[in-house]
Design a protein around this ligand. Structure first.
Ligand code: NAD
Length: 361
């Protein structure tokens, strides 16, 4: 199987879908790798490193299977053509037209978001690997924007108390944010509607905020709250957020608009200079005043809504993503590196979001 690694075209996308270290591993598995010139440049991975690892620099769109980070544009789908395989983030729940385009073009497409979150697929879980990077970066952003210290300092000029950081939503990104805030010397507190994460929050050295509202949904995710629950949650959170220097929000419900957890009233109740980093901007945001993709100051509080935090740390984000894709690709080939898609495998079937039907039997 020939695998193509293309240069991302989305503005601000600095990641690349494969890194030299994993090129070596795939070449050993019998795969040929073609890398588009400059594909890794923005992730500090020049073409020479890919060549040294055994890849060829050339027309990567010509390969049997193309690896990407962001969903392809229509022009890029045109470059793929019938019979090709595409693997990448394809936003399957919101990008119905894009998936239709891929299916019409005869492409067999695998969305990393659709890989079932089962133990066997953990090493392929790109949502988790990129959420970890995002959670870490969100805290660095909060620390940078806060006009106060994160750690406690005892100096000749006085003592500074540690910053109080509240993380709303304690999934993969939230737990990494809590752990990072702790490492930077802040006092982190975590909150979620899934009570089973309380122990995980405590295990990274954070306090657990219990508001008495539980909303466990399907497959380990949260469910959407009822209107009364939502109003009650907002009321209790408005009380709770006063006194925190930084609030990082990560709450998502798959396929839905992000829940509003921080109301305008809650922002008004925060100390001037406090910071909110809203990681749910793409799904509408968790803060009522968030402007997705923008950094604003409202009610003397800085509200940041970065939309692609992993792209701010492209070297490691690419490396982790490349490992996810390598594990998935290895499932797609036989011992000699020939394509051997087994649609009776729940990972292969689950990840396939376009095409693939004719290969099912
Ligand atoms: P996510 O990104 O979908 O959501 C982030 C967090 O927001 C979740 O913890 C969710 O409970 C929380 N949330 C949603 N609505 C909320 C509300 N109204 N108020 C407060 N919090 C709210 O979640 P995720 O990080 O992708 O993880 C979701 C689940 O998937 C977790 O149970 C995680 O352990 C599980 N998971 C499993 C695997 C695996 O087995 N391979 C891998 C990763 C994650």
């Amino acid at each position: 199987l020939t695998v193509g690694v293309v240069k991302e075209s989305k503005p601000g996308e600095t990641r690349v879908a494969l890194v030299p270290k994993l090129v070596e591993r795939l070449v050993r598995r019998g795969l040929s790798i073609v890398v588009e010139p400059g594909a890794g440049a923005a992730a500090a991975l020049p073409d020479e490193l890919f060549e040294q690892a055994g890849a060829r620099i050339g027309d990567a769109w010509d390969a049997d299977a193309v690896l990407k980070v962001a969903p392809p544009t229509s022009a890029e789908v045109g470059k793929l053509g019938a019979g090709k395989i595409l693997i990448g983030f394809l936003s399957p729940l919101s990008n119905v037209d894009g998936l239709g385009e891929l299916a019409d073009a005869g492409v067999t497409a695998f969305a990393v978001e659709s890989i079932p979150r089962i133990s066997r697929a953990q090493a392929m879980d790109a949502l988790s690997s990129q959420s970890s990077v995002a959670g870490y970066r969100a805290v660095l952003l909060a620390a940078q924007r806060l006009p106060r210290f994160f750690p406690m300092l005892t100096t000749a000029a006085g003592t500074v108390p540690p910053a109080k950081v509240l993380v709303l939503g304690a999934g993969v990104a939230g737990l990494q944010a809590l752990a990072t805030a702790k490492r930077l010397g802040a006092q982190p507190t975590g909150y979620d509607v899934r009570p089973e994460v309380a122990e995980q929050v405590r295990s990274v050295g954070a306090q657990w905020l219990d508001l008495g509202i539980e909303a466990v949904g399907e497959g380990g995710y949260a469910r959407e709250l009822s209107e009364e629950e939502r109003a009650e949650q907002q009321r209790r959170l408005t009380e709770a957020t006063t006194g925190f220097d930084a609030v990082i929000t990560t709450a998502l419900v798959p396929g839905r608009k992000a829940p509003t957890l921080v109301t305008a009233e809650a922002v008004r109740g925060m100390r001037p200079g406090s910071v909110i980093v809203d990681m749910a901007g793409e799904a509408g945001g968790n803060c009522e005043l968030t402007e997705p993709g923008e950094d604003i100051v409202a009610e003397n509080v800085t509200i940041c809504s970065p939309l692609n935090l992993p792209a701010e740390m492209p070297a490691h984000a690419s490396e982790l993503y490349a490992r996810n894709l390598t594990e998935l690709l290895e499932l797609f080939v036989d011992s000699e590196g020939r394509l051997s898609l087994d649609f009776s495998d729940e990972i292969v079937a689950g990840a396939c979001v376009a095409g693939g039907e004719e290969k099912a039997d």
